[in-house]
Ligand binder design. Structure first.
Ligand SMILES: *Cc1c(COP(=O)(O)O)cnc(C)c1O
Length: 471
C-alpha cells in the first residue's frame, strides 16, 4: 500500500468509524449472531491474490458488524464500560502508525519517556501516594490488562518473600496468597501461573452485607499458614469488586500485612480511576500507608481504548529483580549506564506497544476537568437509575452504589430473574449483566459509556419495568 493509497483508505476508515459512532443506536446492543454465523460467512481459505481494500470495508459492514456487540452503544450497561473516545482512538492509530517496539529505552526513547510522564501524571490525577512516582523508589507502567498487572505483582511479591530464591531455583516450600470470594479471578490465575498453586490461594471470608474482606479472618489464616510452615507472599485487596463494587478495608488489611512483611496488592481495575474526583479520594484510604502495588484500568471507565491498565509499585526493585534478564542481543550503552528505564523488566512479555500515546491524547484532550466530568456524569446517572429502582415496590435495590454500577433485582425467583435478563438482552434495546449475591441473582446496570445520557438511563428503566410486567 503506497502512502497515497494509505491516505485514501485511511480517510475512508476514519469516516467509517465516525459514521459508525454517530449511528450506533441503530444497532441492537448485543449481537444477535448465532454461533458460527460469522465464520460461515467468511471464506475457509485465505486469498491467493491481494484484494482491493474496498472489499475489506464491504465485508466489515456485511459480515463483521452483525457479529459485533456494541460496547460503545449508549444502552450498553453490561459488565463494566470499555470506553473508546475520539482522542483514545486517534492515539492508538498514531501508535500503529509509528509502529515502534518499545521493549527497552534504546529501541525508542520517546516510547519509554512519554510512558513515565503519563503514569506519573495519572498518579497525580488520582491523588496516589508520591512513593508510586518514578522520581521516588516506585513507578508506574502500562500493562495490557489488570490481569497482567496482578501477575507482575504476584511475581514481585514472590521474589521478595523468597529473597530471590524462587526466580533462581524455582519454588521449594509452600508460599500462600490471600484473596476473597469477590476477588477477580485473575488473582487465582496469577497464583497458578506463578507456581504458588490454586490450593495455596487462600479465600478469606467476606462480610455478607458489604461483601468486603474480613481482616480478622485474614489474620487467622495467615497465622495458621505460618504455624504450618508456609510463607505468605501476597494479599490482594480490591477497591471496587467486579461483582458489586465492594471495597475491602485496605487499612486494616494493610496493618496485618505490615506485621508479617507481606506484599499488599490493590486491585482497583474498574473503580480506581474514579479518584480523579477529589470527592471520591476516600476510596483509596489506606493505600498511601500500606500498598506495595496498585492497578487501575483507564481502559474501562477513563476514556482510553483497550488496552491500557496502569500498575504502580512503591518499590520497583523487587519487580525488576524478578523479571529482568539481559541477553547479549539487548545489551546497549543506555541500559548499562543505568540512566534509563527499560519497561521490559516491568512486564511479562519483551515487546511492548506505544500505549502511552493514547493515554497522553486522552489526558490532554479532556484535561483533569473533563475526566472528572465524565466520572461524575456516570455516578449521577447511576444515582438517578437507583432512585427509580428504589421507588418501585416490585424491585430491590442494593446499597451502597458509590460508582457507576447499580445492582438490583425484581422480587422474583432466581430463574425468573434470569429469564427477565434474557428477555431484556434479546430485545437488543439494552444490555445488562448479572451476578449472584449470597445465592440471589441480581441484575447489574453499569453506566459510564461515553454516549450515555440521563434519558438513556430513564428509558432503560422503563424497558426493564415493561419486560418485568410481561414476564
Ligand atoms: C475488570 C477487572 C479486572 C480485569 O481487568 P482486565 O484489565 O480486563 O484484565 C480485574 N479486577 C477487577 C476488580 C476488575 O473489575
Amino acid at each position: 500500500m503506497s502512502p497515497e493509497e494509505f491516505r485514501r483508505y485511511g480517510r475512508q476508515v476514519v469516516d467509517w468509524i465516525a459514521d459508525y459512532l454517530s449511528t450506533i443506536e441503530a444497532h441492537p446492543v448485543r449481537s444477535q449472531a448465532r454461533p458460527g454465523q460469522v465464520r460461515a460467512a467468511l471464506p475457509a481459505h485465505p486469498p491467493e491474490q491481494g484484494e482491493p481494500y474496498e472489499a475489506v470495508l464491504q465485508d466489515l459492514s456485511r459480515v463483521i458488524l452483525p457479529g459485533v456487540t456494541h460496547w460503545q452503544h449508549p444502552n450498553f450497561f453490561a459488565y463494566f464500560p470499555a470506553n473508546a473516545s475520539g482522542p483514545g482512538i486517534l492515539g492508538d492509530l498514531l501508535s500503529s502508525g509509528l509502529g515502534v517496539q518499545g521493549m527497552v529505552w534504546a529501541t525508542s526513547p520517546a516510547c519509554t519517556e512519554l510512558e513515565t510522564v503519563v503514569v506519573d501524571w495519572l498518579a497525580e490525577l488520582l491523588g496516589l501516594p508520591d512513593r508510586f512516582r518514578t522520581d521516588a523508589a516506585g513507578g508506574g507502567v502500562i500493562q495490557d490488562s489488570a490481569s497482567s498487572a496482578s501477575l507482575v505483582a504476584t511475581l514481585a511479591a514472590l521474589h521478595r518473600a523468597s529473597g530471590g530464591k524462587v526466580g533462581a531455583d524455582g519454588i521449594s516450600g509452600r508460599y500462600t496468597m490471600y484473596v476473597s470470594s469477590q476477588t477477580h479471578s485473575s488473582l487465582e490465575k496469577a497464583g497458578r501461573i506463578a507456581g504458588i498453586g490454586a490450593s495455596n490461594v487462600r479465600v478469606v471470608d467476606i462480610d455478607p452485607v458489604t461483601q468486603a474482606m474480613d481482616p480478622v479472618h485474614l489474620r487467622a489464616l495467615i497465622d495458621a499458614d505460618i504455624s504450618a510452615g508456609a510463607t505468605p507472599a501476597m494479599v490482594c485487596a480490591t477497591i471496587g469488586t467486579t461483582s458489586t463494587t465492594a471495597i475491602d478495608p485496605v487499612a486494616e488489611i494493610g496493618a496485618v500485612c505490615r506485621e508479617h512483611g507481606i506484599w499488599l496488592h490493590i486491585d482497583a481495575a474498574y473503580a480506581g480511576v474514579a479518584a480523579v474526583c477529589p470527592e471520591l479520594r476516600w476510596i483509596n484510604d489506606g493505600v498511601a500507608s500500606y500498598a506495595d502495588s496498585y492497578a487501575t484500568d483507564p481502559h474501562k471507565w477513563l476514556l482510553t481504548n483497550f488496552d491500557c491498565s496502569v500498575l504502580w509499585v512503591s518499590d520497583r526493585q523487587p519487580m525488576i529483580d524478578a523479571l529482568s534478564i539481559l541477553p547479549e542481543y539487548l545489551r546497549n550503552s543506555a541500559t548499562e549506564s543505568g540512566a534509563v528505564i527499560d519497561y521490559r523488566d516491568w512486564q511479562v512479555p519483551l515487546g511492548r506497544r506505544f500505549r502511552a500515546l493514547k493515554l497522553w491524547s486522552v489526558i490532554r484532550w479532556y484535561g483533569a476537568e473533563g475526566l472528572r466530568e465524565h466520572i461524575q456524569a456516570g455516578i449521577a446517572q447511576a444515582a438517578e437509575f437507583a432512585a427509580l429502582v428504589a421507588a418501585d415496590q416490585d424491585f430491590e435495590l442494593r446499597r451502597p452504589h458509590p460508582f457507576g454500577l447499580v445492582c438490583f433485582r425484581p422480587l422474583r425467583t432466581n430463574e425468573e430473574t434470569m429469564a427477565l435478563l434474557e428477555r431484556i438482552n434479546d430485545s437488543g434495546e439494552l444490555y445488562l449483566s448479572h451476578t449472584k449475591i449470597n445465592g440471589q441473582v441480581f441484575l447489574r446496570l453499569a453506566v459510564g459509556a461515553l454516549l450515555t445520557t440521563s434519558d438513556h438511563v430513564k428509558n432503560a428503566w422503563a424497558a426493564i419495568q415493561r419486560a418485568n410486567q410481561q414476564l
